[in-house]
Design a protein around this ligand. Structure first.
Ligand SMILES: Nc1ncnc2c1ncn2[C@@H]1O[C@H](COP(=O)(O)OP(=O)(O)OP(=O)(O)O)[C@@H](O)[C@H]1O
Ligand SMILES: [Mg+2]
Length: 496
């Protein structure tokens, strides 16, 4: 990094215990002023717990926090905010129906102690947003913004509060390549202005573009901190996982000729005139920029949104889907993009979520076979490495990535013919990611068919047999395995 740096924040010997788990076990990490410091580790390693200690969202069991020369045994959330610590969370907490300006200035008082009026807010917000060089208008409603732009609004909010430390928990998990670039620029600007950025990500490649240092956690323990120029992706993986990992995409048998799904001139829910066939045992990828209509198309095929015209045929038979129930009856399962809100019942135990979609099969004479139910859950826990002390634990107590593994297990357990994976590995660590790829291949080889929406270009090219590219709700093209490249996909996705 060079130059003399000053420490702004230092966590010393932090531990946090939950029943049956040490989420953090004697972890010490220091942060310098004006550095971008990444925090990496597998799902459940303790990353979110660590940053919640900094933001005051949780109180550590033991250890101390030093901030600008003062020592604290814990922070209160309001205190952390006053001290200049801001967090952009994994799940953004925003007021959807309010304007950008109102979100940015919520709770912000002028030095005079007065709250800004509407006009003032809009004018000032425009000034802050201009610094980010983005096309967001202060009057826009949050609900009309892309996830990337919502993150920029959060960063603008942090700037207005004069944050000195900004923590970003998986900021790029939900955004596409071109939006990533914009976010990286914003991070560079923050750094240049002396802000410390703590950056959590499962996408290791991007760390080499924006970070100065990286600290690794494994099973709640601190492993080491490296200058980014002195390490490699492979070394980071070894530190995180502690074992060798296969980084290649698994080989897959080609799909059969049999058509299991055909979509003809399908229009509705923001997409128009879509035509494609899905074969038995095929993994068909869908590419496109945010807003291209990929998720919307999947919702039509699952019955979660109404069709205006066109046809959906399963094994040659037309089905009119008017609800997800119809989709499931037709043999479709959807692993949604927004797992937290659509994917599972967060206040139910883990085993309950995994078994719920196949509970009929586990029920005899009106009684649920508890033993079979637990065995099923245990099987998925092992395969997807769901990190939990008990399957009877509430799903809400799992780390973000482990909750996603529960959602995936739930869909797989329903034994569908057609699986829709919307961003299958978003938020999933590198070890389990490969496991999910193997599982997808295995399912395909068993004769299931997969529709996969992904913004992760490497994954899209590595896993798909064909790729359909959408652009602004329409089909921009279709590429087969021997012709697709990142450049071709991006060109079609951008409407060139
Ligand atoms: N409220 C809670 N109750 C019980 N256990 C918890 C709670 N919060 C976290 N844990 C456990 O602490 C461990 C660390 O979780 P944490 O959320 O910090 O992981 P993470 O590194 O952020 O993972 P991910 O990459 O999946 O987001 C996990 O084993 C998790 O199950
Ligand atoms: Mg987390």
């Amino acid at each position: 990094m060079g130059g003399v740096l000053t420490e702004i924040l230092s966590l010393k010997n932090i531990s946090k215990e939950y029943p049956g788990v040490k989420a953090l076990d004697n972890v010490s990490i220091s942060f310098e002023k004006g550095e971008v410091h990444a925090l990496v580790g597998e799902n459940g390693a303790g990353k979110s717990t660590f940053i919640k200690t900094i933001s005051g969202a949780i109180r550590p069991t033991s250890g101390t926090i030093e901030y600008e020369g003062k020592t604290y045994s814990y922070l209160q959330p309001a205190q952390a905010i006053d001290m200049g610590i801001a967090v952009v969370y994994q799940e953004l907490i925003q007021f959807e129906a309010m304007s950008v300006a109102d979100n940015i200035y919520m709770g912000v008082k002028e030095e005079s102690g007065l709250v800004l009026n509407d006009k003032e807010r809009q004018r000032k917000a425009a000034g802050v947003l201009a610094e980010f060089d983005c096309h967001i208008s202060p009057a826009d409603l949050i609900r009309n913004l892309s996830i990337a732009n919502r993150q920029i609004v959060e960063l603008a909010k942090a700037m207005v509060k004069k944050a000195k430390v900004i923590i970003m928990d998986e900021p790029t998990a939900a955004i596409t390549v071109s939006e990533q670039e914009k976010l990286f620029e914003v991070v560079h600007k923050l750094k240049a202005s002396g802000v410390t950025v703590i950056y959590i990500s499962h996408r290791l490649d991007e760390l080499f573009r924006i970070c100065d240092r990286v600290s690794i956690l494994r099973d709640g323990q601190y492993v080491t901190t490296k200058d980014i120029q002195d390490t490699s992706k492979q070394e980071l993986i070894n530190f995180m996982v502690g074992r060798e990992l296969s980084s290649t995409y698994p080989d897959k048998k080609p799909a059969a000729a049999e058509v299991v799904l055909s979509v003809k001139n399908l229009t509705g829910n923001g997409v128009r005139d879509i035509n494609f066939e899905l074969h038995k045992g095929e993994i068909l990828g869908f590419a496109g920029l945010v807003g291209a209509g990929r998720t919307e198309l999947m919702h039509l095929i699952f019955g979660a949104a109404p069709r205006e015209s066109g046809q959906i045929l399963f094994k040659g038979q037309e089905k009119k889907l008017s609800s997800p129930k119809d989709g499931m009856a037709a043999g479709v399962a959807l692993i949604p993009e927004d797992r937290k809100f659509q994917g599972c019942f967060i206040d139910k135990p883990i085993y309950w979520n995994i078994s719920i979609s196949t509970i009929d099969h586990l029920t005899k004479n009106g009684m649920v076979d508890r033993k079979a139910e637990m065995e099923l859950a245990e099987d998925y826990r092992k395969r997807l490495k769901i990190k939990t002390p008990f399957l009877t634990q509430l799903t809400s107590g799992l780390s973000g990535g482990n909750q996603q593994k529960v959602v995936i297990s739930k869909a797989l357990a329903s034994l569908p013919d057609i699986l829709i994976f919307d961003e299958p590995t978003r938020g999933i660590d590198i070890g389990a990611r490969h496991e999910i790829y193997l599982l997808m291949n295995e399912l395909a080889e068993q004769g299931k068919s997969i529709l996969m929406v992904s913004s992760d270009m490497e994954e899209l090219l590595g896993m798909s047999e064909r790729i359909i590219v959408l652009h602004e709700g329409a089909q921009a093209g279709e590429l087969s395995k021997d012709e697709f490249t990142q450049e071709k996909v991006l060109a079609l996705a951008s409407g060139l």
